[in-house]
Design a protein around this ligand. Structure first.
Ligand code: ZN
Ligand code: ZN
Length: 137
């Protein structure tokens, strides 16, 4: 992956740059991610918080994950694009939505989480390690 990686929301109000390689990335098929995206799963990767610079503060929606952590999903208040997220279980990390990247093709999913709530029409590469709930790292 070339550095720094960059991306943002659909309208351009939120832009970010990240000076770090992704620590990990994957798909999440939990119901919260499905509702948040309106699709079958979220595709996102994790980077160190200190490596991320964001131009404008997203609006956050907070909910409690099945694992008991507070998950804050950041989206653009102007255009609604899902851009960033936080998880209280990993306070030093930021989740970045893969399709918010300027070049989304650089995203390399490595795992699938919450397959227990996967939808039958949501096809994901069966070669990826899959977990019915939160992956054990
Ligand atoms: Zn926007
Ligand atoms: Zn999820």
């Amino acid at each position: 992956m070339s550095k720094p990686i960059s991306g943002g929301c659909a309208c351009g109000a939120i832009r970010y740059e990240c000076a770090s390689e992704p620590v990990m990335g994957g798909h999440c098929q939990c119901r919260d991610c499905q509702r948040h995206t309106g699709a079958g799963h979220v595709s996102a990767f994790v980077v160190p918080r200190t490596a991320v610079k964001v131009t404008s503060r997203p609006k956050y929606y907070e909910s409690r994950s099945d694992g008991g952590n507070a998950v804050r999903r950041g989206f653009c208040p102007e255009c609604g694009s899902s851009v960033l997220a936080d998880n209280s279980g990993m306070p030093d990390m930021v989740y970045i939505m893969a399709a918010s990247l300027d070049d989304p093709s650089i995203f390399k999913p490595g795992v699938v989480a919450y397959t227990a709530s996967a939808q039958p029409w949501d096809y994901i590469d069966p070669k990826l390690p899959a977990f019915p709930g939160m992956p054990k790292m």
